[in-house]
Design a protein around this ligand. Structure first.
Ligand code: HAM
Length: 420
């Protein structure tokens, strides 16, 4: 028989990992909520043109990585490769762009990239978007929020930051950059030659050592950005410095999505991971104007959840969570065992109680409890149900005690030294 497998680059997130996912997400949500961000959920599918118009037709994401298809009405539809364009579309469509200005989202995104560690075709992002504030203080606020998240997770990724100016500045810069790079075109690989034609700024991202050498003498974007962009950036850097937020100014950081202007930044996992950007974002003051003819400054960032889990080696750890496995030796005592299960669940929301329904010999049921890594077994035989008691076995120490139903709560509280 054919063995079915998940689609290449798309993985199952099994219970052990999904626990970490959920708990990590809860921490990110808690930070975002404290800064006044509210949740938005947008559809997985969007009009392909939305992404062409916002991310840009010449970008890798749009040109090579989108999952797009033609629907039965001949419309081109794409699975969302990122969240910013969808958020802008949703706020415009629902007339909320003046009232709701801080949103967060979390969910799956899709890019047809070459799968490797930290790079998947279906991956998860937690993102925030802050709409309507042009001042550099807003840039500072979202970086502070990211840092607040890292603090809650006990990590300290490196912040790299740059300003790519406004679109006129960038046009001027691209002209001089292309003029400079053309002299070296023969040393470029096919991919770089392609980028030189379609999206020359992306050459700055190269990892090719030869090209990096060529870039050392290339014109720098900071020399071409307007006075306003420069002041915005300098004020932001000053505020970061005043607040002891460390950063690395990186002239070559340009980002792979066309909607950005002025501030762009990334947080890098500084261990030796190859896919090491765990969070990225920046300003996109012209995206709304591009989609609805109304100028509305905005900025945001998105965190790659898989990469963050990998970086933090994040595991859900809560010593208060205890698992109980209820072993009943006869079917007729099922109701009795259900009452005990509920009694234990009511002691604390942190207690996980499951029942064995096999009614088989106790040995095989204890083995199952062990496999499930249960902390305690509650054993109910005929004697116990007749006398309104149960046996509680500590699976770690092996200790086992006969406890009356009325004393279960007190016994568990003492035994576990339980604190809410
Ligand atoms: P991005 O840099 O394309 O930006 O993605 C943000 C983050 O998503 C990356 O830094 C990375 O951690 C994660 N990521 C991206 N692609 C993959 C992949 N194939 N597999 C695993 N993780 C991945 C954006 O998407 C922008 N919308 C961010 C933003 C929000 N800018 C302003 N607001």
């Amino acid at each position: 028989m054919k063995k079915y497998q998940s689609v290449r680059g798309m993985r199952d997130i099994l219970p052990n990992e999904s626990k970490a996912f959920r708990s990590l997400e809860d921490k990110l949500i808690s930070s975002a909520s404290q800064y006044g961000f509210q949740e938005i959920k947008t559809p997985i599918l969007e009009d392909t043109n939305l992404f062409i118009k916002s991310i840009g037709g010449g970008t890798d994401i749009v040109e090579k990585e989108m999952y797009s298809f033609i629907d039965s009405k001949n419309n081109s539809i794409s699975m969302r490769p990122e969240g910013t364009a969808s958020c802008a579309r949703a706020l415009i469509e629902n007339g909320l762009n003046d009232t709701i200005n801080k949103i967060w989202y979390s969910g799956p995104f899709f890019r047809h990239e070459r799968p490797q560690k930290g790079r998947y075709r279906q991956f998860h992002q937690f993102g925030i978007e802050f709409i309507g504030v042009e001042n550099f203080e807003a840039d500072f606020e979202i970086i502070s929020l990211a840092n607040n998240m890292w603090r809650n997770l006990n990590i300290n990724p490196t912040l790299t930051i740059n300003s790519i100016g406004d679109s006129d500045d960038r046009k001027k810069y691209i002209n001089v950059l292309v003029e400079y790079l053309k002299k070296y075109e023969n040393s470029f690989n096919e991919n770089e030659k392609n980028k030189l034609k379609l999206n020359p700024l992306r050459i700055l991202d190269t990892k090719n050592i030869k090209t990096l050498e060529i870039l050392e003498q290339a014109p720098k974007i900071s020399e071409y950005i307007s006075k306003e962009s420069k002041t915005h950036f300098e004020n932001l850097l000053r505020l970061l410095g005043d607040n002891n937020i460390e950063y690395i100014k990186e002239e070559k950081l340009v980002r792979g999505l066309d909607y950005y202007n002025r501030t762009v930044f990334e947080y890098i996992d500084d261990s030796d991971n190859t896919q090491n950007t765990i969070c990225a974002g920046g300003r996109y003051d012209f995206l709304f104007e591009n989609l609805c003819d109304k100028k509305l400054p905005a900025l945001g960032f998105a965190i790659g959840i898989e990469r963050l889990i990998e970086y933090t080696k994040y595991e859900e750890k809560d010593d208060r969570i205890k698992s109980f496995y209820i072993i009943t030796l006869s079917e007729k005592d099922h109701l009795y065992s259900l009452n005990i299960a509920n009694l234990i669940r009511n002691i604390s929301k942190k207690f996980i109680v499951s029942s064995s329904y096999s009614y088989k010999n106790i040995k095989s049921q204890l083995k199952k409890a062990d496999k499930l890594s249960s902390d305690y077994c509650v054993i109910i035989g005929q004697e116990e149900s007749k006398n309104n008691t149960c046996q509680i076995k500590n699976m770690n120490s092996g200790d086992q005690k006969n406890i009356g139903i009325d004393a279960i709560e007190q016994y568990i509280r003492n035994e576990i030294c339980f604190k809410e």
